[in-house]
Design a protein around this ligand. Structure first.
Ligand code: SF4
Ligand code: SF4
Length: 235
């Protein structure tokens, strides 16, 4: 049976199909250790061993179209334990990357496109970002009675640069305050880049290596521009 619980026609199998991808799936001995270890095994019928099996059978369309690869959290527990050293997370990322971009689930691809264009997954303009950040900083100063607390944006030569997960300026602004309270107590010399501040990298989650590299490059460019050696990348 395939991922859709339909019988598989032998004529559709092509054991050679994935051989060019160096995924080592042919090593699998179907021991099931990966399935036992996987925290999401059983969700919508997902089982990493079954995923490896449809790849080694060369069921290209099933492998690319099944939602199983998107259920995987890429935690890596399975490959830590796999006795045959099969790189299961790499397999998952590879087949995610083979899916047509318009069929990437949820908002992942749209968010990634926005991030590549604007420097953040929300497409938030710089002025709005600065307003939110300063506003949260003022709230913190008032709530905690820290009159000298200031949010630091684009400070050249700071000790530490922090990236921002987009949800921290959208639905979870309170979490910024927790971090900044620690900075304040530790007397940390920190800053946030005013441009390209996005800390999430949905290139990783969507199997888009090129985009992943570009997003990482934006963080490195900021470190160089601001002459900062230490990075706090909460994501
Ligand atoms: S743990 Fe490795 S060898 Fe065992 S079933 Fe999973 S992928 Fe195959
Ligand atoms: S990496 Fe994916 S398949 Fe492996 S244990 Fe984690 S969730 Fe399961």
């Amino acid at each position: 049976m395939g991922p859709n619980n339909q019988p598989i026609a032998i004529s559709e199998l092509n054991h050679q199909y994935f051989n060019n991808y160096s995924l080592f799936q042919h090593r699998c001995i179907t021991c099931g250790i990966c399935s036992s270890a996987c925290p999401v095994a059983g969700v919508d019928g997902f089982d990493p061993r079954k995923l490896i099996r449809i790849i080694s059978l060369g069921q290209k369309d099933d492998a690319i179209e099944t939602k199983w690869s998107w259920i995987c959290t890429m935690c890596g527990k399975c490959e830590e334990l796999c006795p045959m050293d099969i790189p299961i997370t790499k397999i998952v990322k590879t087949i995610r990357g083979m899916r047509h971009r318009e069929k990437v689930p949820g908002i992942l691809h749209q968010g990634l496109e926005a991030a590549l264009k604007t420097g953040n997954n929300l497409g938030l303009p710089k002025g709005d970002f600065e307003f939110i950040i300063q506003d949260v900083g003022e709230e913190l100063a008032e709530e905690e009675n820290l009159p000298d607390f200031k949010v630091s944006l684009d400070k050249k030569g700071a000790n530490l640069m922090m990236t921002i997960h987009n949800k921290l300026v959208n639905t979870h602004t309170e979490d910024l305050k927790h971090l900044w309270k620690i900075f304040y107590a530790a007397k940390e010399d920190w800053t946030i880049p005013a441009d390209n501040w996005e800390g999430t990298n949905w290139g990783l989650f969507t199997g888009d290596d090129d985009a992943m590299k570009k997003m990482t490059g934006k963080i490195i460019e900021n470190l160089k521009r601001l002459e900062i050696k230490n990075l706090l990348w909460p994501e």
